[in-house]
Design a protein around this ligand. Structure first.
Ligand SMILES: O=c1ccn([C@@H]2O[C@H](COP(=O)(O)OP(=O)(O)O[C@H]3O[C@H](CO)[C@@H](O)[C@H](O)[C@H]3O)[C@@H](O)[C@H]2O)c(=O)[nH]1
Ligand SMILES: [Mn+2]
Length: 748
């Protein structure tokens, strides 16, 4: 009896989160994959048989096509890891609150990074900062850090003004349980409490006035030459470190009412020192925050990714805290939220939505060992970022010798002391220190000879630091992750580039950065033993993204060989039936994926946009990404982090209307435009030829080219049928026609 009672009182508390395996989808995905693999194998087998037969006319072409098909099959196989075991998760913040008193919640440091006040307007950045300050979390447990890589006086001034605004905004959000903590969106109408009480309406009007004032102040500062004009481009790349804690208690402030602390950080910049782009900025913020508040958890946000809901911190804790309450403990390092966007078009011609990643693959990888680190919108354990390994056998930094710690983390006594403090809450209920913060940890020379960027913090060596860090720092060391996808209200919303050139430049950066990791001798996921041992499926997922740029090669083959061979009357498909079946199944598989992401709605438009952008990207971002990665590998040129412009809403009108905006397109577009001209010319010439001597075995090829023409129609239209300012730049059109003519003259 007594025993029974004891058991009852020791009954485990209800779980704080749940995970659900989508079994029908698992079965369907695997069955479809088996069918498709069989069809592709049949196509390749026919190619090989044709190659072996003596009658073959164009051996080179057949070998190239066989290699193209094998590459496609290889990448497709790797991509299946993200469909293998899709799961969804739920968080129960109410249970968390029942289990842990609010003021005992662990502290969180929010790290926001910005780099350029021209491309990233400070008002937008401040919206992100203020939205994070208004998260539903105890104010004393939250601190927000802003890294400004430009070291711009304008951003610093905006941050001070933003803090002043936050003193009204944050209590307002708390008092009225506002759901949208992002002031610009809230006042633009994303306001769930309309028609509410009078008191709310009054206060809302007062806070709105303050927001208008913040806006006007930042605008005025932007126009003021003494502030924004005084800081030259050269100074951006060459200035001292500067850290300022922008919070302060004023008379009459209630502790409970106070917004979280805000800390502005401009790390030192010198031309002679590599800055390691965003990863370098985040590592500087990790150190400054380590010295100042040293919260055990960190939320990372890009400056253009604001909090759209106040719930994410509590949701994330439902997963992260589970860790300590479970035995044996799980080894969850981070909770990733999807990247979603506020300025997506209904007709998303550039596939900015990233459905492939955040709407499909991340659910699948979550069923393996967790989604990849995705740059922004994730809550992560500080100790894991510092290089600790999970239990059992975890490395405990606090018990390490001070000398060893200095060798790894640098010579700041305060940083080392923060590491030895075990990362927990010495200062939990205290406001940030009034004493000045040392900027030593934000200087260029600080990292020299330490493990920052290799064994500690965000990884350098790749411009896609998120992809690389996730795998090197976490997964290959035994950590896992979870995918938190709150509905219906997204936790974070970012902005997408709205002209084609920006999109392609961004894709080129991703592709070259990931390929550099994929083919690197020391870091390739397919050569990483700890990762392979932990999970082959996860290694496949990583390899897929590491090699995705290689799509350029088969697509290049398919965009030239069928065309040129048609002109020579050479058929390319030894078994048209098998080829047609494999082609159809690839289209259907893609359509099925889109429909699942849309909860069963047949979304043909998204499907078509994705088909089209996939080919376009293969011939631009991925192709040039391969070239850049090769240059880097050969030591010819280092990869660069080309910032994307965060468009003001008005700029994206063409994108919103579903019209391609070719403004500013560079030669990056050239391969795609050239090959679309070649394809169109070959269709015309080939059909003309066929009217005189019909050849049925050429029909599959002709069909494929017509599909290509339909996909490339916006390019052809942009070159030859549009006269507006956003058409393909005439220079590119002329070059494309000339290049296509040369190709035809040489090979046609
Ligand atoms: O030297 C730099 C370069 C960039 N950034 C910041 O990094 C963030 C991302 O840059 P952005 O130009 O917006 O790139 P995106 O292509 O939108 O970023 C995607 O791709 C990056 C990897 O290439 C990831 O880090 C991002 O999280 C992911 O959103 C922004 O806040 C920048 O201010 C810096 O702080 N310093
Ligand atoms: Mn961005």
């Amino acid at each position: 009896m007594e025993d029974g009672e004891k058991k009852d009182s020791q009954a485990p508390p209800p779980p704080l989160s749940a995970v659900h395996v989508n079994r029908p989808l698992v079965a369907a995905n695997r069955a479809m994959a088996a069918v498709h693999a069989a069809l592709v194998a049949a196509v390749i087998a026919h190619r090989v048989l044709a190659l072996l037969s003596v009658s073959v006319v164009s051996r080179h072409v057949d070998v190239a096509m066989a290699l193209a098909d094998l590459t496609l099959l290889f990448l497709w196989t790797l991509s299946q890891s993200g469909l293998w075991r899709p799961v969804t998760r739920a968080a129960f913040p109410d249970r968390l609150l029942a289990a842990v008193p609010r003021d005992a919640l662990p502290r969180v440091d929010v790290l926001v990074v910005t780099a350029d006040p021209d491309k990233e307007p400070p008002l937008g950045v401040m919206n992100t900062v203020v939205s994070a300050m208004a998260l539903d979390y105890p104010g004393a447990a939250l601190s927000v850090y802003l890294s400004d890589d430009a070291g711009s006086p304008l951003t610093l001034l905006a941050a001070r003004k933003a803090y002043a605004f936050a003193r009204a905004w944050v209590p307002f959000c708390r008092r009225h349980s506002v759901r949208c903590p992002w002031p610009d969106r809230y006042f633009a109408g994303d306001d769930d409490a309309h028609g509410g009480r009078e008191e709310l309406a009054e206060e809302r009007a007062r806070v709105k006035k303050l927001y208008e004032k913040l806006k006007a102040d930042i605008e005025a500062a932007n126009k003021d030459d003494n502030i924004s004009g005084s800081w030259t481009k050269a100074e951006r790349q060459d200035h001292d470190a500067y850290v300022e804690i922008i919070s302060g208690k004023e008379d009459g402030d209630e502790e409970e009412e106070m917004p979280p602390a805000l800390v502005y950080v401009a790390r030192e910049k010198r031309r002679a020192w590599p800055d390691h782009f965003k990863a370098g900025a985040l590592n500087a913020l990790l150190r400054v925050s380590g010295v100042v508040s040293n919260a055990p958890y960190v939320l990372v946000l890009d400056c253009d990714m604001a909090c759209n809901s106040r719930a994410s911190a509590m949701d994330a804790m439902c997963f992260l805290l589970l860790d300590d309450r479970r035995s044996p403990p799980t080894n969850l390092a981070f909770v990733q939220f999807p990247q979603m966007f506020h300025n997506l078009s209904h007709n998303d011609i550039y596939t900015n939505e990233l459905r492939y990643i955040f709407g499909t693959r991340w659910f699948g990888l979550d069923g393996v060992r967790g989604p990849f680190l995705s740059g922004t919108g994730f809550y992560v354990r500080r100790d894991a970022l510092y290089g600790a390994t999970p239990p059992p056998g975890s490395t405990d930094l606090s018990s390490m010798d001070a000398g060893d710690l200095k060798a790894r983390f640098g010579h700041s006594d305060r940083l080392v002391a923060s590491l030895r403090g075990g990362g927990d809450d010495q200062r939990r209920r205290r406001r940030l220190p009034p004493e000045p913060v040392e900027s030593l940890v934000a200087t260029c020379a600080y990292e020299a000879g330490t493990a920052w960027g290799t064994g500690v913090g965000f990884m350098y060596q790749s411009v896609v630091e998120d992809y690389f860090t996730g795998y090197q720092r976490f997964f290959s060391r035994g950590w896992t992750s979870a995918y938190c996808y709150p509905e219906p209200r997204p936790a974070f919303l970012g902005s997408v580039p709205t002209n084609l050139n920006d999109v392609l430049v961004q894709n080129k950066r991703w592709m070259s950065g990931m390929l550099a990791v994929g083919v690197s001798r020391h870091h390739s996921p397919l050569a990483c033993r700890p990762l392979l041992r932990a999970s082959l499926l996860q290694a496949m997922g990583y390899a897929y993204f590491g090699f995705a740029a290689l799509y350029a090669v088969p697509v290049l083959c398919y965009a030239t060989l069928p065309q040129l061979c048609l002109l020579h009357g050479v058929p390319l498909f030894p078994c048209p039936a098998a080829a047609a079946a494999a082609f159809a199944s690839s289209l259907l598989l893609h359509l099925a994926e889109v429909c699942v992401a849309r909860r069963g709605r047949m979304d043909l438009r998204t499907w078509w946009n994705e088909q089209r952008f996939w080919v376009l990207n293969a011939l631009t971002g991925q192709l040039l990404g391969c070239v850049s990665a090769a240059q880097e590998l050969l030591g010819a040129r280092a990869l660069d982090f080309d910032l994307t412009t965060k468009a003001a809403d008005a700029d994206g009108r063409l994108y919103q209307d579903g019209v391609f905006d070719f403004t500013g397109c560079s030669t990056l577009l050239l391969p795609a435009t050239t090959l679309s001209v070649l394809n169109a010319a070959a269709i015309v010439a080939g059909t003309w030829k066929m009217t005189f001597q019909f050849a049925g075995e050429l029909l599959p090829q002709l069909f494929l080219m017509c599909y290509g023409a339909a996909l490339s129609y916006p390019l052809l239209e942009g070159m030859f049928l549009r006269w507006d300012a956003a058409r393909v730049p005439p220079r590119i059109t002329a070059l494309s026609v000339a290049s296509a003519a040369v190709l035809l003259a040489v090979f046609g």
